[in-house]
Design a binder for this molecule. Structure first.
Ligand SMILES: Nc1nc2c(c(=O)[nH]1)N[C@H]1C(S)=C(S)[C@@H](COP(=O)(O)O)O[C@H]1N2
Ligand SMILES: [Mo]
Length: 245
């Protein structure tokens, strides 16, 4: 991905704005309150720590803005190509009846869910903004089940710290910490604007993390992994791990 320079600009700007003294204070605070993000050792560590720590302190319990129906965008923009491989096409032709979401890792009851299973759980809808780091955005109504509900069914173990979610598109996966995984607005969505979630927007199943930038909302998700370390699951992209907005 070619977003290195953009990220550099953003984090560079933050760092400059905070100033060296501010950063030192932020780092100390972050350390004390367990707010070091997992990419703090990276090139943009100081900026990433500052963003994550300040957002977590200020917004741990905050909600992404929800909009009235009249705000729903007329022409939402599907970004990137949907999967084109034979396996996905076969699943699509079958109405995704054979689609499965597996939940693995640090859970008491590893499980595999069909869309019908997920639809049998309490349904949540929210009208939220999806903002791409490239500058465009749209508002849509997203319908699904709270990620926290599915995690409860699987039973997360106490040592779990992150949830990694994988698309069937091999290059796309991402992760959130437990604060975002258990946040009431973080959904596994199967519906959009009152219809099935279109394949272009991540059908049949997509994670929505409305408190972070669009790239954290991974499309075509078929696997969740609960873990205490992201070492093996570091995204290949140059995006910042924490993308709070
Ligand atoms: N599997 C997968 N997930 C993805 C992407 C993708 O190309 N493939 N693009 C990401 C990016 S960068 C953004 S901004 C949003 C775009 O969502 P949309 O296609 O519904 O507009 O999806 C995110 N999730
Ligand atoms: Mo994006």
């Amino acid at each position: 991905m070619s977003n290195l320079s953009r990220r550099k600009l953003i984090t560079g700007g933050l760092t400059a704005a905070a100033g060296a003294a501010g950063l030192a204070v932020a780092a100390r605070l972050a350390n004390r309150y367990g707010l070091i993000p997992p990419d703090s050792g990276s090139l943009y560590g100081a900026g990433a720590t500052l963003t994550y720590a300040s957002q977590r302190l200020l917004t741990r319990h905050s909600m992404a803005r929800e909009f009235p129906r009249s705000f729903i965008s007329k022409n939402p923009f599907p970004n990137g190509d949907p999967p084109r491989d034979a396996g996905f096409r076969r699943l699509e032709a079958g109405g995704f009846a054979d689609w499965r979401l597996s939940v693995e890792g640090m859970v008491a009851r590893p499980a595999s869910f069909s869309l019908a299973d997920l639809k049998s759980y309490p349904q949540r809808s929210q009208i939220t903004h999806l903002a791409c780091e490239e500058g465009w955005s749209f508002i849509a109504e997203w319908t699904g089940v709270a990620l926290s509900h599915v995690l409860d069914v699987a039973g997360i173990l106490p040592q779990a710290k992150y949830v990694v979610y994988f698309s069937v598109q091999r290059d796309w996966w991402d992760s959130v910490d437990m604060a975002d995984a258990l946040h009431p607005q973080t959904l596994l969505t199967y519906g959009m604007n009152g219809a099935d979630l279109p394949v272009g927007h991540g059908g049949p199943l997509r994670v929505r993390v409305p408190r972070q930038l669009g790239y954290k909302s991974i499309k075509h998700v078929s696997r969740l992994l609960v873990t205490d370390s992201l070492k093996e699951y570091w995204p290949e992209s140059s995006y910042s791990w924490y993308a709070g907005i």
